[in-house]
Design a binder for this molecule. Sequence first.
Ligand code: NAP
Length: 305
Amino acid sequence: MIYDVIIIGSGPAGLAAAIYAQRSELNNIVIEKTGFSGGQIINTYEVDNYPGTPGISGFDLSAKFREHCDRLNTTFITGEVIDFKLENDIKLVTLDDGSQYRSKAVVIATGGSPRHLNVPGEDKFSGLGISYCATCDGAFYKGRTVAVVGGGDVAVEDAIFLSRIAEKVYVIHRRDEFRALKSSANKLLSLDNVTVLWDSVVEGINGSETVESLDIKNVKTDEKSNIEVAGVFIAVGYIPSSQVYKDILATDEQGYIIAGESCETNVPGIFAAGDIRTKDLRQIITAASDGANAITGVERYLNNI
Ligand code: NAP
């Protein structure tokens, strides 16, 4: 059997693509790694910026997306894609159980995962004072002291967001200037309750039940210190889940699949949707929008082959 389109990934981009594919009567399947739909948002405490569902939890929103797909009778297959090949114009997807699926078009919506610091205490306190999403978990730290690790746009925006909730925010950055946009960096530096620890790295995360303090090292002076915090937000970039596709598709230096708003990649018939593609704003709404755009592109592609 050769499907019209295989959708890989069942986060907001993949599920939106599935809804559009079913409604367009494309012969499609969705391959999801865990057998649980929703992607990263499953762990999001509250989603307050997706229209029509104020204050919903990420878990409940994913359940709604999935319910919508089920109402349209979408076929889900559980498995991890371990190989991806082209047989002329046909795309061949191999899963970890050895099963293989062929299609005319593919939508890759595999997202990514937050990069970890890989320091002692990080695994132990994940979800117990360590968060990779300030907008999800920031509200837990009202009136407390927190730290943000990183110097990119996400770290700086997270720190600005947290400064409105927490009593004090440390920003720990390994260099002496931010990578983030100057305008947001300047805004951050103007805030009274924010202290930036420049040229500094976290060497350990300590506590008993939850996070209580961080071991810090200044990389220029080698001076070590310890700061007391109730929470730490790690914002040191994302690792896109694009490894399997890298031999075939063009990616940027960070591994994001190069694709614009049309979600078209450098290979006709292969589309990249959601966080996996190069884009400025990685949010649920832009991921869902990509799912729609990608399937529209798939239809255009199928009509022309
Ligand atoms: P990013 O731009 O890659 O920044 C990651 C930050 O973490 C950098 O400051 C980096 O330090 C630091 N870092 C990386 N690995 C580290 C490690 N092991 N230990 C300590 N620090 C580490 O990632 P991001 O902030 O998640 O942003 C991702 C993308 O989305 C970027 O392209 C960003 O511009 C974009 N974005 C844009 C907006 C916006 O336009 N408003 C908002 C959010 C995100 P160095 O600086 O030393 O490399």
